[in-house]
Design a protein around this ligand. Structure first.
Ligand SMILES: NC(=O)c1ccc[n+]([C@@H]2O[C@H](COP(=O)([O-])OP(=O)(O)OC[C@H]3O[C@@H](n4cnc5c(N)ncnc54)[C@H](OP(=O)(O)O)[C@@H]3O)[C@@H](O)[C@H]2O)c1
Length: 283
């Protein structure tokens, strides 16, 4: 196993290219031990960025993360998200305190607005600025923001000083961001965090011929090829969710899988890159 590949946030913090998602964790007490053990396995393998949200299982996923990181807080980079209705400075502080409590930590490493709601971006930035000043969070960012939203943020004072990342849907089936949002983020050296990187598991199913044949050439799985493709350029972070230790181990292997020019061409033929602007996909 090679060392985990990383990218850097503005400010220089290195974060792994492959993290772990937690959507649908914490919903059922019976699965808790399995979920905690999957997350711990991932952490041990270098997938130390863990993505969660106050929304997931109504706080249950943050509790699972809290248990998984107990005693290992310094080894992980925690990303959590707040509901749009909590984006005012007052409500954000309270939401953050609740998340910190569930996570059992004193700081969230990257705190994201889950999606854009009715609260003005200025108010959101003010909320983040206060949490940053109080060291309740180390970085702030957004999720599900399209290019127009990012442009609007960039026009606000300190907008791009405060916002360091954008978490969006990105995988072989959903390539729309390559047309404009991904270049926009790259130009400003702000990483994209790709959610649903294996299309909620659908790309792992073995039903895509190109994926299956590329996987076979590399003695890998379709899920690994899908993940290797997302992180291919070294500046997009993928956060697959896996509550199964075997899946976690397999996913870790994707970082060491180097796709060839031929692989990439074949993937382009089967999963066409965008030729025009498309609205940001969210599912
Ligand atoms: N910001 C947002 O709005 C937003 C939206 C959606 C998701 N997210 C984040 O992104 C994370 C990932 O997205 P996602 O959960 O939607 O989908 P995903 O990671 O693309 O797929 C998860 C599914 O794939 C399965 N899987 C994982 N590794 C596999 C492997 N090697 N082989 C076969 N199947 C495998 C998992 O099964 P097992 O669990 O059984 O292993 C699970 O059913 C979420 O958990 C969440 O943290 C953010």
């Amino acid at each position: 196993m090679n060392p985990m590949r990383t990218t850097t946030l503005p400010g220089g913090t290195a974060v792994p290219l492959l993290g772990q998602g937690t959507w649908r964790m914490g919903e059922d007490r019976e699965h808790r031990r399995r979920e905690v053990s999957a997350l711990r396995t991932g952490m041990e393998l270098g997938m130390t960025l863990i993505d969660t949200a106050e929304m997931y299982a109504d706080g249950g996923a943050e509790r699972v993360v809290g248990e998984a990181i107990r005693g290992r807080r310094d080894d992980v980079f925690i990303v959590s998200k707040l509901y749009p209705q909590n984006a005012t400075p007052e409500r954000m502080r309270k939401a953050c305190e609740r998340s910190l409590k569930r996570l059992g930590t004193e700081r969230i490493d990257l705190y994201l607005l889950h999606w854009r709601g009715d609260v003005a971006l200025r108010r959101m930035l003010d909320g983040f600025a206060q949490l940053l000043a109080d060291e309740k969070i180390a970085y702030a960012g957004v999720s599900n923001f399209d290019v127009q939203d990012m442009d609007e943020l960039a026009r606000l004072k300190d907008g791009l000083d405060i916002i360091v990342a954008n978490e969006v849907l990105y995988n072989l089936e959903k390539r729309g961001i390559e047309y404009d949002l991904l270049p926009w983020m790259r130009k400003r050296h702000r990483p994209v965090i790709a959610y649903s990187p294996i299309e909620e598991g659908l790309l792992a199913g073995g039903t895509h011929r190109a994926l299956a044949s590329i996987a076979e050439r590399h003695d890998a799985t379709a899920a690994q090829v899908s993940l290797a493709w997302v992180v291919r350029d070294g500046d997009v972070i993928a956060i697959p969710k896996a509550a199964t230790v075997a899946h976690v181990k397999q996913n870790r292997g994707a970082v060491d899988l180097k796709l060839t020019a031929r692989d990439l061409d074949e993937l382009d033929e089967s999963f066409a890159p965008p030729e025009e602007r498309m609205p940001l996909a969210t599912r």
